[in-house]
Design a binder for this molecule. Structure first.
Ligand code: GDP
Length: 396
């Protein structure tokens, strides 16, 4: 399954594109399209794919309680979930807390209206979240007679704006979501375009490989029959009896003498198993055992921070919790921030409750983390004060 975020200015055709993708890939529930067409007719309205998407969403809302709207469809190659953003706040929160993580994004731009404020803000957001794989679609080509020159003008504006942000889209596709040109079927009306359709472009995106290096944060220790057993959940990779692994942040080598899963001794264990291990030396709660690539062991972390209650201020101290680690930290600098409701870029030395920002943190002692887009569990954390969670963040 590939998770794709769909963003763009209001009315540029997000719902229509989703409806078209569902329809042309045969992913619609039986009879649904007919039903909506009939309703439109009886109301004397033009058929809109958006009604279809809304109707599907209504049904889903009754069954589920997730905040982001997700729509599913299938190509010949694989399954897709499109993450639509009903509100920026939910979208950001879900992205940051890992509820929904996009592997790629589609940015939709109306060929007539061109680059708009929201288009820019959404593009910036993608950049902030580190989504590197971006497909740009220039929509409503039917309104400009499928003219190449019109496409090129809008394309050039978009490309130049994205370049300033440091984003290079994987492709830029002229489409008509409404008519179905270059969405799943190649357009007969734009023979001047030789690139892929939206479906092909999505199929060509390679999902990032699963992180495979062994990581086991130590949660607790027990004594059993005179032996010390350390327990925790393996976050990634696997471990074998006899392996020599490293204990971070100290980086000392330890030998795995026994592995227990539900009190039974086993030869190997892998993510996401909960294990007990016996090793040849003392370990501290909160340390992380690792093998292969070295994790980030550092006293300074660049993060994307999301304030949940109250303000997060420069110079303030918090307790950072990341899986089993709890380390005191200080907010060194708020580098940049945006308002999550308007996505307006702001400056200032604190993050208010409705803001998200790039923040430098420093720690009292080294922490063991990974970048969020590498290993979610070791890449997200919370900041606490007096036992309460104040903010959530990811390592970028
Ligand atoms: P959203 O706000 O981004 O989800 O935009 P919608 O999908 O609701 O589309 C807004 C309006 O643009 C609707 O009236 C659509 O029918 C229309 N629209 C969307 N795509 C196209 C297109 O390719 N061609 C034309 N002519 N109209 C379109």
């Amino acid at each position: 399954m590939l998770n794709v975020a769909l963003v763009g200015h209001i009315d540029h055709g997000k719902s229509t594109l989703i409806g078209r993708l569902l329809y042309d890939t045969g992913s619609l529930p039986e009879g649904k399209l007919k039903e909506i067409k009939k309703t439109c007719e009886s109301l004397g309205r033009k058929f809109e794919f958006a009604y279809l998407v809304d109707a599907l969403e209504e049904e889903r809302k009754k069954q589920m309680t997730i905040e982001t709207a997700q729509t599913f469809f299938k190509s010949e190659k694989r399954d897709y979930a499109i993450i639509d953003a009903p509100g920026h706040k939910e979208f950001l929160k879900n992205m940051v807390t890992g509820v929904s993580q996009a592997d790629a994004a589609i940015l939709i731009v109306d060929v007539v209206e061109g680059l708009q404020e929201q288009t820019k803000r959404h593009a910036y957001l993608l950049k902030l979240l580190g989504i590197e794989k971006l497909i740009v679609v220039i929509n409503k080509m039917d309104l400009v007679n499928y003219e190449k020159l019109k496409f090129e003008k809008t394309r050039n504006d978009v490309v130049s704006y994205l370049k300033d942000l440091g984003i290079e889209p994987t492709c830029i596709i002229p489409i008509s979501a409404y008519e179905g040109d270059n969405v799943v079927k190649k357009s007969e009306k734009m023979r001047w375009y030789n690139g892929p359709t939206v479906m092909r472009a999505l199929d060509a995106i390679e999902k990032k490989e699963m992180f495979y290096h062994f990581r086991l944060p130590i949660q607790d220790e027990y004594e059993m029959g005179g032996e010390k057993i350390y327990v925790g959940n393996i976050l990634s990779g696997e471990v074998k009896k006899g392996d020599v692994v490293k204990c971070y942040p100290e980086e000392k080598e330890v030998k795995i003498e026994k592995i227990l899963v539900y009190e039974n001794e086993v030869e190997t264990a892998k993510a996401p198993q909960a294990v007990g291990i016996i090793v040849d030396s003392e370990l501290k709660r909160g340390c992380v055992l690792g093998k292969g690539e070295r994790p980030l062991v550092t006293r300074n972390v660049s993060s994307l921070l999301f304030s949940l209650v109250g303000d997060v201020k420069e110079g303030e101290k918090y307790l950072m919790r990341c899986v089993t680690q709890e380390v005191e930290c200080r907010v060194e600098k708020v580098l940049e921030k945006i308002d999550i409701n308007t996505l307006e870029r702001l400056s200032g030395k604190e993050l208010k409750e409705t803001e998200i920002g790039k923040v430098e943190l420093s720690f009292e002692k080294p922490v063991v983390v990974e970048k969020f887009n590498k290993l979610k569990e070791l890449g997200r954390f919370v900041l606490m004060k007096e036992g309460k969670i104040i903010a959530g963040g990811i390592v970028v």
